[in-house]
Design a protein around this ligand. Structure first.
Ligand SMILES: [Cu+2]
Length: 127
């Protein structure tokens, strides 16, 4: 979380330098380069425990453009804050599916699900 913050700060710093250097650029140009579209999405993701929480959150957090993630072990609701210029909600959903967790109505591939430790096999237990 901290590293990402630092990266973001350095990116902003560099962007600032760039806008000072480019005197010839039209005012709109630098605006375009700094354009961000921060969005928040919420959707259900299946899982059981704290280990699932780690796995689900990491699978999304390592993606470029993802700013913050959180999965609630009780409500099973996944919340993500991301830059829609860099990544789509579909890409984030896909990464979680590949980590072995069902997203909404969509089932994770069996190959990914079968790799989960027994305590995380949410399809085989009632909660
Ligand atoms: Cu688990």
């Amino acid at each position: 979380m901290k590293t990402k913050c630092m990266l973001l700060l350095s990116a902003l710093f560099l962007a600032g330098l760039y806008s000072h250097a480019g005197n010839n650029a039209a005012p709109g140009d630098t605006l375009k380069k700094q354009k961000k579209e921060i969005r928040t999405s919420e959707f259900p993701v299946r899982g059981n425990c704290g280990q699932c929480k780690d796995r689900i959150e990491k699978s999304a957090y390592r993606l470029k453009g993802v700013k913050d993630v959180s999965w609630d072990v009780d409500t099973k609701i996944f919340t993500v804050i991301y830059d829609a210029v860099k990544i789509s909600e579909g890409d984030i959903r896909e990464a979680i599916l590949k980590a072995g967790h069902d997203v909404g109505e969509k089932l994770a591939p069996d190959s990914a699900y079968s790799l989960l430790p027994d305590c995380c096999k949410y399809r085989d237990r009632k909660h």
